[in-house]
Design a protein around this ligand. Structure first.
Ligand code: ZN
Length: 454
């Protein structure tokens, strides 16, 4: 080797040096590029947080995006927060947003710690950690197993009633039912106080939030022991305790339009794409609720329509699996027609129907005793839309026939029916009618009767 090198001519040595030099320059360019791509990361600190004394505050920046965040000396908690900050900074940096992430400690007690992160003043995320377990808490961690969906149902009921009453952001009914729907993700940001849990609801994409303070008494059947009232949840940060704590379920009266002129629109034999959606759009526009008596056999192909009905607060009723004359069916076939339809609707929407309408209005003792007399629903106004197939004929006859408290029968499988429904909803709204679901109509009638007897 040494011999060979000695033998190399001088210009070849120079060439090698030159190649080496070029390579070094290239490598340093690559390193620089990748650095500027990954952004400069600078960590400064530690400083101590003013509220929670044992916190070490660090700052980190990726290009124009920067963050100030706490470490608590609890490995799992710190790792979680660091990962969150890294992921947000990466995302802000790659989309070129010049945002500054800051944090606030909202509450801490012996048991839990809640930290809110904001991005240039906009609410981003509230995290609650269990300090004893060293873990972030999800909604499901607070609630006994198998009770999560019951608890979510109650929260949805309360949240929806509250938002309708305090609708400062003029949210649409659709937005409210979407944001308060009984899903864990809607209730995943919370703060645990001694006597209450405050849920931070995200109102829309504009980062508006609503604080829903629920008394722990209301959640008594479901809370895991660690999160029940007790000194270990007393606030140590000196921050406020929640105000306006909700201690009662919303009453039915507060939700139902008891003193209004009410009517129930019902649509049978669907859902059908291109028809049902048109009706749903009109209902949404007039903040009207309706009832859809669907066929089980049509549900799987129209899952999205079924989910939309449920999400937008309409009632879904059972209209059998495939529309037989129930009076001609065997007893076991009757049961199967109803059960199979309830099961598929329950599977898709999370809630099985309570009410049933027999095809052609035909039923006998076997049918009515199986579904329960009070759940068997017929109609007051037959629009004959299935026969006339002409909105110009259907609309006037409905408008002349309809009275307060009526149930109106239509079919969401014909384009002419959708057209008629849109006009009927518009006209009856002008006349001051409120459209309610069949179950709400029955409840309103029942309460009015109780009142008049009292
Ligand atoms: Zn039918």
């Amino acid at each position: 080797m040494g011999k060979n090198r000695l033998k190399q001519p001088k210009h070849k040595k120079l060439l090698h040096l030159f190649i080496l030099l070029i390579s070094l320059i290239a490598i340093s360019i690559v390193i620089n590029l990748s650095l500027s791509k990954k952004a400069s990361t600078a960590i400064s600190g530690p400083q101590m947080d003013a509220v929670y004394k044992e916190v070490v505050v660090s700052t980190l920046s990726f290009g124009d995006a920067s963050a100030q965040f706490p470490s608590f000396g609890i490995k799992e908690v710190d790792t979680y927060i660091e990962a969150y900050i890294h992921s947000r900074l990466t995302s802000l940096h790659s989309s070129g947003e010049k945002k500054a992430i800051t944090y606030d400690i909202l509450h801490y007690s012996q048991q839990t710690l809640s930290v809110a992160f904001t991005e240039s003043g906009e609410a981003a995320e509230i995290m609650t950690f269990d300090l004893k377990k060293g873990a972030i808490l999800a909604f499901e961690d607070l609630i006994l197993q198998d009770q999560v969906s019951d608890c979510l149902e109650l929260l949805a009921e309360i949240a929806s009633a509250e938002l309708k009453e305090n609708n400062h952001s003029s949210l649409s009914a659709k937005d409210i039912s979407k944001m308060t729907a009984p899903k864990a993700e809607n209730y995943s940001q919370f703060i645990i106080y001694n006597q209450a849990i405050v849920f931070n609801l995200t109102l829309n994409d504009k980062n508006e939030t609503y604080q829903l303070a629920i008394s722990k008494q209301l959640l008594d059947d479901w809370l895991i022991d660690d999160y029940r009232p007790g000194e270990h949840h007393d606030d140590l940060s000196g921050n406020y305790e929640p105000a306006n704590i909700i201690t009662d379920r919303p009453t039915k009266e507060s939700r139902l339009p008891m003193d209004e002129k009410v009517v129930a629109l019902t649509f049978d034999d669907g859902p059908k794409a291109g028809i049902t959606d048109v009706i749903l759009d009109a209902l949404e526009k007039y903040n009207a609720k309706a009832t859809f008596f669907v066929l089980g056999s049509r549900c799987t192909a129209n899952e999205d329509l079924l989910k939309r009905m449920a999400e937008e607060g309409h009632e879904i009723g059972n209209h059998t699996w495939d529309h037989p004359k129930m009076t001609s069916e065997s007893s076991s076939a009757i049961v199967e027609q109803i059960d199979r339809t309830n099961a598929i609707i329950g599977q898709i929407t999370g809630t099985a129907p309570i009410i049933f309408r027999p095809p052609y209005g035909l039923y006998d003792e076997r049918v009515s005793s199986f579904v329960g007399k009070e759940h068997l629903i017929l109609w007051d106004v037959d629009t004959l839309d299935w026969k006339l197939r002409d909105a110009d004929l259907v609309v006037p006859s409905v408008l002349s026939a309809v009275k307060e408290g009526n149930i109106i029968l239509m079919h969401d499988i014909y384009p002419s029916s959708a057209e008629a429904a849109v006009e009927i909803i518009h006209e009856l709204s002008l006349q001051g009618y409120k459209f309610v679901t069949v179950s709400d109509l029955l409840e309103i009638k029942k309460q009015r009767l109780e009142e008049s007897n009292a």
